[in-house]
Design a binder for this molecule. Sequence first.
Ligand SMILES: [Zn+2]
Ligand SMILES: [Zn+2]
Ligand SMILES: [Zn+2]
Length: 257
Amino acid sequence: MKITFLGTGTSQGIPVIACKCNTCLSKSKYDKRLRSSVLIELNNKNILIDAGPDFRQQMLKYKVVKLDAILITHEHRDHIAGLDDIRSYNWIYKKPVDVYAEKRVIDLIKTQYSYVFSEEKYPGVPEMNLIEISESPFFINDIKIIPVRYFHFKLPILGYRINDFAYITDISNINNEELEKLKNLNVLVVSALRKKPHISHFNLNAAINFIKLLSPKIAYLTHISHLMGKHKDISKELKKKYNLHIKLAYDGLIINI
Ligand SMILES: [Zn+2]
Ligand SMILES: [Zn+2]
Ligand SMILES: [Zn+2]
């Protein structure tokens, strides 16, 4: 399984428009973060988690010429704003793209992209095959996907486990039963917004406590705000404390599991 981090930034990305903080002004490529998304390549399938506003740029930059499925974590714009651009895959492969999400999220996609689902379709609209999922495991061909339920402030949303890899973003709380689904991981990706606490996201400490509780072989932090600081500084702090067991992800990072 090959995982490519297409974006590791929070909803505003880094740099933030018009911001003059040190992180936003940094010249390092590690401080350029598109909105969070990962591409999973497994058994000849290309599975994307989330399609935010940088979807087009990400597909071009990482030369993703085939897209078999998109798993959506939740309905916030930084996770679904790119769905209109699946049109290119529709044209080339002459079929809709499978989009997996839970019922509330499907309903909101239908509202936000009402022109796509209207009775009289405008020519050339994106074609998505919306597939409703729950907290129960499902399959994409022979690939087992295990949805993991957690909370983003009060909003119940989903992360995903595939084999020994799990992707948990925009989390602020999780129940003990769901934690069971995240045992014995090789790689855990979890969001860590910044150092200061936040009402709807794990901060750095909360993400680290979560990682310690689950003890995966290695953990990567994503969905990062400019307020976290520069990649180089945070990476140095993490290395000192956790000796490469917990790392800050960056755009373009590739891991093979
Ligand atoms: Zn988000
Ligand atoms: Zn900034
Ligand atoms: Zn969110």
